[in-house]
Write a protein that binds this ligand. Structure first.
Ligand SMILES: *Cc1c(COP(=O)(O)O)cnc(C)c1O
Length: 496
């Protein structure tokens, strides 16, 4: 079989292999890499039912990363999905109040980013080897809270790599911040910025596109790559758990053969839900893709009007990893629904860049019929956490609660009772204060770690290792810069 090649969403000039796309992160024209066609599963769902998480991962990923040998890919998978995860299921399904919560937070940093970021460093160093790259890889990442820590945990002390993480100072939870600032590893760097996530992300994109800087790096033996969810090495591993979840439901006879399921995803950068869409395109029986937003409801507006408009106030919420106004991965969906037109995509992205909004055509909107978008206000999110806890004893985090709220709205609106999987994207222990506040405002007086212990008691869940670890860990990073100072910060770190 010929390799599945990747191209930019913004031009048809050239193609690259999967390993080259992983190394580059972003295409030269600023577009995102997409496969020239979306592959199908070539293993039956019945066979997948009998497989472990790692085996499902191989069956899915080999369809996308066709230039990896079987040995290369299985080695990457083996290194990623091991005892770093605190359950052998890797991504267990928990039934509560009539829905299935797909717990994607059993990795090192107790958020779903671990699902992809525990394998990305291995995909990347394997890709470097395959392409005779001798430069050290410098991972440059903007984070809204979870990516940064998960990326550092993945790359820490991986030879021939460095990782620099920018996060909005004051825009992440105290536990998220402490997790990052205590990160070990002599190749990890954390920089707070005086700005929000979108500003950090825009500045990182500019650094990637800075040709003079690229040359300077190359002379010094470095090259940039991205661990953000725009990297296809992030996207592809995320498809796996949707296939895994479906086949667990099938195996346990919760659904019949070929029965469709709906999927609800708490969405920020549109990476996780795009992975579900790709899974559907691979042939997985998914009905509706339910896109849940918080008060930053730019995607809800997009799905209901066909207009994407980032010109609005940026709202800090209790689900900070979804506080995003520019959902980067939406570009891949636009490309798909435009009939793979790089011209349309480039034009829309140009409008987004210059005037901050764009409108898609009616034909493109028709292609969105499998998506449903809605949003949850802060008070609704808190009520959902409280109600679910009180009726079932199950405690979910704020992001997952946004999804559960939107799922309830969807059911009320449509009466659709299709079996549903809700992507549970973070452990409640990562957002303890907001979660405990939702359950009972009287918890307000307790310290962060007292709250952790209290949550453990009421939810009857052991405190995760990731939290125990930072109770006493020393702060190792303290740099804070202006957005305009990010380039200099990078140069300083690399000694340029
Ligand atoms: C990153 C993140 C999200 C949003 O995922 P996207 O792929 O960016 O849409 C939701 N919840 C949590 C906890 C996250 O860390």
């Amino acid at each position: 079989m010929d390799d599945l090649l990747y191209k930019s969403t913004r031009s048809d000039d050239y193609t690259v292999t999967a390993s080259q796309a992983i190394l580059k992160g972003l295409a030269d024209d600023g577009g995102l890499f997409v496969p020239v066609f979306l592959p199908k599963l070539d293993v039956s769902l019945e066979e997948l039912c009998k497989m472990s998480y790692k085996e499902v991962a191989y069956a899915v990923m080999k369809q996308f990363l066709t230039d990896f040998t079987k040995e290369e890919l299985t080695t990457c998978i083996d290194k990623a999905y091991d005892s770093k995860f605190d359950t052998p299921d890797i991504a267990p399904l928990v039934e509560a109040d009539g829905a299935y919560y797909l717990e994607l937070f059993h990795g090192k940093t107790i958020a779903f980013k671990d699902m992809a970021l525990s394998i990305l460093p291995h995909l990347m160093t394997t890709s470097a080897k395959k392409n005779q790259v001798t430069n050290d890889i410098v991972i440059l990442t903007a984070t809204s809270g979870d990516t940064g820590k998960a990326a550092m945990a993945g790359f820490a002390d991986v030879p021939n790599t460095k990782i620099i993480v920018f996060y909005p100072k004051g825009g992440v939870s105290p536990i998220q911040e402490k997790q990052m600032l205590t990160q070990k590893g002599n190749n990890t760097y954390v920089v707070g910025i005086k700005g929000n996530f979108d500003e950090a992300q825009t500045a990182v994109k500019q650094l990637f596109n800075d040709e003079a800087l690229e040359k300077e790096l190359d002379d010094a033996g470095f090259q940039f790559s991205s661990a953000n969810s725009i990297n296809i090495g992030r996207l592809v591993p995320q498809i796996v758990y949707y296939v895994y979840a479906y086949t667990r439901l099938l195996r346990d006879q919760k659904i019949a053969e070929d029965e469709k399921i709906n999927v609800v995803v708490p969405t920020g950068n549109f990476g996780n839900i795009l992975a579900a869409y790709y899974a559907k395109n691979m042939g997985l029986p998914i009905g509706k893709l339910i896109c849940a937003s918080n008060d930053n409801k730019v995607l809800y507006d997009f799905f209901s009007t066909g207009v994407y408009d980032k010109n609005r106030d940026f709202i800090l919420t209790t689900s900070p990893s979804m506080d995003i106004l520019v959902s980067s991965n939406l570009e891949r969906l636009l490309y798909k629904i435009s009939g793979a037109s790089s011209k349309v995509d480039k034009d829309l992205m140009g409008q987004l860049n210059t005037i901050g909004h764009y409108e898609i055509t009616d034909d493109m909107r028709k292609e969105l019929k499998d998506f449903y978008g809605n949003y949850a206000e802060e008070i609704e999110t808190a009520e959902t956490i409280k109600n679910l806890y009180e009726s079932t004893g199950y405690v979910i985090d704020t992001h997952t609660a946004v999804a559960a709220t939107v799922y309830n709205k969807y059911k009320q609106e449509t009466g659709d009772e299709t079996t549903t999987v809700i992507a549970s994207t973070a452990s409640p222990f990562k957002f303890t204060r907001s979660v405990m506040d939702a359950i009972d405002p009287n918890y307000d007086d307790l310290s962060d770690f007292q709250l952790v212990d209290e949550l453990s008691k009421i939810a009857n869940v052991k405190v995760p290792g990731a939290i125990e670890e930072i109770r006493t860990a020393p702060i190792l990073h303290d740099t804070v810069v202006e957005v305009a100072g990010m380039k200099d910060a990078v140069k300083k770190i690399l000694g340029l």
